[in-house]
Design a binder for this molecule. Sequence first.
Ligand SMILES: Cc1cc2nc3c(=O)[nH]c(=O)nc-3n(C[C@H](O)[C@H](O)[C@H](O)COP(=O)(O)O)c2cc1C
Length: 206
Amino acid sequence: MSDPLPYVLVLFYSRSGATRAMAEQFVAGIESQSGISARLRTVPPVSRTCEAVDPEIPEEGAIYATLDDLRHCTGLALGSPTRFGNMAAPMKYFIDSTSELWMNGALIDKPATAFTSTSSPHGGQESTLLSMLLPLLHQGMVYAGVPYSETELFDTVGGGTPYGASHLAGTASDRPLDDIERKLCQAQGRRLARLALALDAMRRQR
Ligand SMILES: Cc1cc2nc3c(=O)[nH]c(=O)nc-3n(C[C@H](O)[C@H](O)[C@H](O)COP(=O)(O)O)c2cc1C
């Protein structure tokens, strides 16, 4: 039997939809490359009461990620809204459940990137992206920011940073992705897919 198609895991948390819209653009960019697919997954919200239980399958949208989704990916795009200049607790909670992958080196030499959405233009996109990079480095992943060959980085009046794709959603969270933000998400998805295939080949040669 032939190997299943390698996939990039697009793992996001989103409450009002902005980060989910970015995740969908990443999927489009990844799936524009042949030989690789995208797997879109989310994480459940965390509750103030520690024993609250939600259905295992959300009522709509992407299904919840499992550790196996992460274990077997060839690349990772990690998306979270900015919460006080940092990633949202549900994403951090999921990341904090990945010790077993860390102990087994399951993510070493796999490419990763991060994306975020904020309500205000200087509300912490870059600090959030940098905070999301930290656990990925601990896992041995190879972080890919957005290179300035994506010249929209010079022109954007919304989101878009060299640390990862971003989106300015506005105070009412109702500003849709603009053309530049969409293009940067797709470009980063394509780049991640290419890096995933290249690093996958490298790991197989060992
Ligand atoms: C608890 C909380 C903290 C937030 N902190 C920030 C912040 O530090 N900077 C900012 O610009 N927006 C902040 N926001 C706004 C969200 O980042 C913004 O609305 C984002 O686009 C939501 O993404 P989503 O639609 O994917 O849920 C915060 C929102 C919440 C609920």
